[in-house]
Design a binder for this molecule. Structure first.
Ligand code: XIL
Length: 733
């Protein structure tokens, strides 16, 4: 029996805080299909590799599972493979090609002509004097032909020319000591010698050598307005002149804040006008504000990053891939620039990739992989209204008729605002600053119906949303939002019925050495004089349900977000139950620390409940006494308490209820006569099988047991409101 209670505790606690599962044992985010398989209907997924990546078995395993396109990070660059006239370094270049050949992986050939890591010897003669452009072209042609012929069997696309265009932000520049309007072209040695003709030549040489490969012009900061237009104009000019450019490579050195989807789409749409192939050639998302060619390398020992930064990165990856999927008609490949944070050219402390410095998959990988294709097309209905839990006069947060939630937060100087509510396994909904400097955002899809706690994380600090009221959960007052439920009438105020009231009872608890508080629901008829059996006027006495909250909550949780009083009033008004009292006390749950789960016995609360609270309640209120007039039920950790206490003290309570709080087994109770009714319930997103099986086995063993599986809900208050509504109808019968 001990073992079963313990497993129950573990299960309950895992569902109290899903994140605990992550604390307890590491989650393997790489479990599931490879990225290449998840994206097989969209585009190929690539990775840039170095020497170790293709020789260490653990790393090659990752490559083989996740990727179907490989780029040599450096080994094929002119300066590496062809450092001097007649000198070729084919060693590593061949190893990478052979690795791909052996594993049936196709390659992107990077790169044939670039201002950096270039074979600079091509520009000078033996005496160090500059050569004529014709000589340069001859050398470039020989280079391109040699590389392309050696590898074209395994290559499907070539970055023929890399980074030939100038960056934004330079309206003027100095050329030969004079300030002139800035050229759209990068002032490279290539350009200075040949003008933009070198671009045309490189593409022509590549086409001669490989008549079928996809020929790409590749550059960074394609999402910057100026650079986008410069690239567009150059490629258009070249194509109009018959230069064989097949596609544009957008490098994708971005960060967790940039670019916005709109900005990225602007570039894709613009390039779509002139090419029908786009590759995202070098994707990585720095966890700082730099992008493109601005480089602050952050190398050295890996330093951990704040969790909210991880959330921002996951969200940014999710947003960018959603845009990529939307444009899969032109986007044919997305390549990550490096395998892991450890390999990143930016340095490990930019944490830019979906694999960390130990080659462990991050949650980003899972989020990129497990996208919801239906959600890509989903647009919320624009019938948002203020959340019913808002503070007076507050327009936000809002909910729509489908259950989407929309948030709006004023924090003009913040760098990031995250709402802890969200979907898709992400850490919440990341808001974006709109034109007016206000942060807004909508959940990716409909939320489960009912009540949800949430908070804001603004630049890493945790705050409540000033738009809505606060509710005690997670050991603090948290913001709350209410998503309309199809059956919401059972917990809605009704003007035409009598209402009970909830009294606060404060009492001294010797066992805890503190004042304690309980909220006591008294039905509308409570205290009224009615004619008794012998004709005398007397007050009715009532049975009592002791109703416990879960971990992190307190005595206010059931009466406020649980709407226990409203549910009771409605049940009584509809004649569904005979009136009874509900006592909602603090269950001493919140000093419980993770890691001490095996030691939780509920003995302290048992003392408080049975030796202190019940005597106070039975003294102060018109109660009926004895176990057949007492029920104990609780949600989540309150369910654990209920189970432990009812099994130890069956003489005190005659009705037992576990709400997302585990199950009883017949051999734990041993005697069907000691309990008149057992209720067990949970959401259909929790452990419905466990509940169903347990209720069946209890019934088979002769117990009066009832189960409820709440539709469309998880470990949240709508599940428990429904449980209370159901369970109350069978108590004290
Ligand atoms: C980088 C490599 O990752 C580094 O190892 C090297 O030191 C410099 O180049 N744009 C490109 C890539 O096209 O070739 C660059 O790769 C990153 C920027």
């Amino acid at each position: 029996m001990k073992k079963r209670i313990f497993t129950g505790l573990v299960l309950v606690c895992l569902s109290i805080l899903p994140t605990m599962a992550q604390w307890g044992r590491p989650v393997d985010y790489s479990a599931g299909p490879g990225l290449k398989d998840a994206y097989k209907n969209y585009f190929t997924i690539g990775v840039a590799v170095n020497k170790t990546n293709i020789s260490d078995p653990a790393q090659t395993a990752i490559i083989k599972k996740q990727f179907n396109s490989v780029t040599a990070e450096n080994a094929w660059k002119p300066g590496e493979i062809h450092p001097k006239e007649g000198v070729w370094n084919f060693g590593l270049a061949d190893s990478i090609a052979n690795f791909c050949r052996e594993n049936g992986i196709k390659m992107r050939g990077h790169c044939l002509c670039w201002h950096s890591q270039f074979a600079d010897w091509m520009f000078t003669d033996k005496k160090g004097k500059p050569v004529k452009k014709e000589v340069f072209y001859e050398r470039l042609r020989e280079h391109i032909h040699t590389v392309v012929n050696r590898y074209k069997d395994v290559v499907y696309a070539w970055d023929v020319v890399n980074e030939a265009m100038a960056d934004d932000g330079r309206p003027f520049e100095f050329v030969d000591g004079k300030m002139v309007p800035a050229s759209p072209y990068r002032q490279s040695r290539h350009f200075k010698l040949c003008g933009d003709e070198f671009i045309a030549k490189a593409f022509e040489f590549a086409r001669e050598a490989d008549p079928t490969g996809v020929l790409i012009y590749n550059d960074y900061s394609c999402v910057d307005n100026g650079k986008r237009e410069r690239i567009y104009t150059m490629v258009k000019k070249m194509k109009d002149a018959g230069v064989p450019i097949d596609g544009i490579g957008m490098q994708g050195h971005y960060n967790i804040y940039f670019p916005e989807e709109e900005q990225l789409e602007k570039a894709i749409n613009r390039f779509k006008e002139i090419v029908n192939i786009i590759h995202i050639t070098e994707l990585d998302l720095r966890t700082n504000t730099e992008s493109g060619g601005q480089l602050r390398f952050s190398r050295g020992e890996a330093k951990p990053q704040a969790p909210y930064i991880g959330t921002l990165q996951e969200d940014q990856y999710a947003r960018l891939f959603k845009v990529f999927r939307k444009h899969a008609d032109v986007i044919k490949n997305v390549t990550f620039w490096n395998l892991s944070d450890k390999d990143s050219w930016l340095g490990v402390n930019n944490h830019p990739l979906p694999f960390d410095e130990n080659f462990k998959a991050k949650r980003s990988l899972q989020i990129i992989r497990d996208f919801d294709a239906a959600a890509d097309k989903r647009v919320p209905k624009e019938d948002f209204v203020p959340n019913p839990m808002n503070q007076p006069g507050q327009e936000y947060p809002q909910v729509n008729s489908e259950g989407f939630a929309r948030f709006r937060v004023e924090a003009p100087d913040a760098k990031s605002v995250i709402v802890s509510l969200g979907l898709g396994g992400r850490g919440g909904t990341v808001l974006r600053k709109d034109k007016d400097g206000v942060w807004t955002g909508t959940t990716e899809g409909p939320m489960d119906p009912g009540f949800h706690y949430y908070h804001l994380t603004i630049d890493g600090g945790v705050f409540n949303d000033p738009g809505t009221h606060n509710y005690f959960g997670s050991c603090r007052w948290e913001s709350g939002i209410e998503i309309p439920a199809p059956d919401q009438d059972f917990y809605a105020w009704r003007k035409d019925i009598p209402h009970g009231n909830i009294q606060q009872v404060n009492f001294w608890s010797e066992s805890t050495g503190k004042m304690q508080t309980a909220n006591v629901y008294l039905p509308p008829c409570y205290g009224k004089l009615v004619k008794g059996k012998n004709g005398k006027l007397e007050q009715t006495r009532y049975p009592v349900l002791y109703l416990q909250h879960g971990w992190g909550e307190n005595e206010t949780s059931w009466p406020v977000q649980g709407k226990a009083g409203i549910i009771m009033d409605n049940l009584i008004a509809d004649g569904k139950i005979k009136p009874f009292i509900v006592v909602m006390a603090y269950g001493l749950t919140n000093d419980f620390k993770f890691g001490t789960i095996g030691k939780f016995t509920a003995e302290e609360f048992e003392k408080l409940l049975i030796d202190e609270l019940i005597p106070v309640v039975e003294k102060q209120f018109l109660t009926k006494e004895g176990k057949w007039n007492r029920a104990l039920a609780g949600l989540s950790m309150g369910g654990m308490e209920t189970k432990l206490i009812t099994l130890r003290r069956p003489e005190v309570f005659g009705y037992w209820g576990l709400l997302s709080g585990g199950q009883y087994a017949p051999d734990e109770i041993k005697d069907p006569k000691i309990v008149k009714y057992i209720f067990e319930g949970c959401g259909d997103k929790e452990n419905p099988d466990g509940i169903n099986k347990s209720v069946e086995s209890l019934k088979a063993a002769g117990y009066n047991a009832e189960g409820l599986i709440s539709e469309g809900t998880a470990h949240e208050f709508l599940t428990w409101r429904r449980c209370l509504y159901q369970m109350a109808q069978s108590l004290f019968k």
